[in-house]
Write a protein that binds this ligand. Structure first.
Ligand SMILES: *Cc1c(COP(=O)(O)O)cnc(C)c1O
Length: 376
């Protein structure tokens, strides 16, 4: 047993929960975060140990929740590349992960841990990529996946989930309505609720994104990380990864400035950040071509807003037309085809450079959260 998982802690009220039984939200309604015995982890995990390990998701297994290493579920995930663009910025390109997006990180860990805790049916709402990733890993693990997909999301995602044998339901409305349907399944049929941040382990998978970035930047973090934000799990995950790596003395006590990027058609986090609100309000009539970030109200919004403020970060909304134009520019200038969400992040970095919020000599990392190939 190499995981040093010790307990779960409410992200809001701090209440402590048992990590070895199925858990979802805290009694106060907020997400739970996995906590580790960092002292023991720091004895078990160091640079000398790391060099002997494969470049896969289990590389930092002491800081991951799977109790039995044999319970891991893999579709051959490898550390994703960091590509330097001609302008000097870096792109962490997540498109090569199984099912074509960084949702694979959350699904690999989330499904494995759900199975380890005895789940047989996992249910979640999804705009697309989480649905395909959870469908694939559930198929791999022998679990049944039940996915609610908003009608507004791309139709081909529903077909892809069904190919993996998932039970797929198309829902009128956005991810919020799809989430309500999943809630009713969970209540009536006892499915394991795998909705964003309604179980504590998807974020642990997303943490591996932060582990990889720190290692690829030779144990310094970039000055600025620009992240297309929907539910915010990737951003919360990266921040948590850097905190834990610092506790283990892998990196100094310095966080990047995090930038949350949304579409102008659905920008609740940007609005709340600008209004200095601690939480967001649900965005009316949400619409954007960047499905992955079409989330009108995120349950972890307060965590994202905290991280933006604590790290001196910011939040930016980009028009769909500018997303498409930015995607074309990186394709032509650099041969890098970003996904629409990644292109939004790139456009945000351009805007922040123009306004001198980002300085010329700063290292800037743009997270390209999915393959550009699957979107037109
Ligand atoms: C899910 C998704 C996002 C947003 O991720 P969160 O962690 O929910 O903020 C961004 N881009 C793509 C392509 C996605 O699928």
């Amino acid at each position: 047993m190499s995981s040093t998982l010790s307990h779960l802690e409410c992200a809001k009220c701090g209440a402590r929960h048992d990590a070895d039984i199925e858990q979802h939200l805290c009694a106060c309604g907020r997400p739970l975060l996995a906590r580790y015995d960092l002292k023991r982890a720091s004895v078990l995990l160091n640079a000398a140990v790391l060099v002997q390990r494969p470049m896969d998701l289990s590389r930092f297994r002491e800081l991951l929740p799977i109790r039995d290493p044999k319970a891991a579920i893999t579709l051959g995930e490898r550390m994703t590349p960091v590509i330097r663009l001609s302008g000097g910025w870096y792109v962490k390109d997540e498109g090569s992960l199984p099912t074509g997006s960084f949702k694979a990180r959350g699904a690999a860990l989330g499904v494995a841990r759900a199975r380890e805790l005895g789940a047989e049916d996992v249910a979640l709402p999804s705009n697309g990529n989480a649905g395909t990733a959870w469908s694939a890993y559930a198929a791999r693990a022998g679990l049944r996946a039940h996915i609610a997909i908003p009608a507004a999301a791309a139709e081909n995602y529903a077909h892809e989930c069904a190919e993996f044998g998932a039970d797929v339901q198309i829902v009128d409305g956005t991810i919020s309505e799809a989430g309500r349907l999943v809630g009713s399944w969970v209540a009536a049929r006892g499915y394991y609720d795998a909705s964003t941040l309604k179980e504590p382990y998807r974020i642990e998978g997303k943490k591996t994104l932060g582990f990889e970035i720190a290692e690829q930047f030779e144990w310094r973090v970039p000055d600025v990380i620009v992240y297309p934000t929907g539910g915010g799990v990737g951003l919360i995950g990266m921040h948590k990864a850097f905190e834990e790596l610092h506790a283990l003395r892998f990196i100094p006590n310095r966080m990047p400035r995090f930038v949350a990027v949304q579409s102008s058609g659905c920008a609740p986090i940007v609005h709340a950040f600008n209004q200095r609100q601690p939480v967001s309000t649900s965005w009316e009539n949400a619409h954007t071509i960047a499905y992955g970030i079409n989330v009108p109200k995120a349950i972890g919004d307060f965590l994202v807003l905290n991280i933006l403020r604590q790290t001196g970060g910011t939040a930016v909304a980009i028009d769909d037309a500018d997303i498409i134009a930015a995607r074309r520019r990186t394709a032509i200038n650099d041969g890098v085809l970003l996904c629409l969400e990644g292109a939004a992040a790139f456009a945000a970095a351009e805007r922040l450079t123009k306004s001198s919020w980002i300085c010329e000599n700063e290292s800037v990392l743009i997270v390209n959260t999915a393959s550009g190939q699957t979107q037109v």
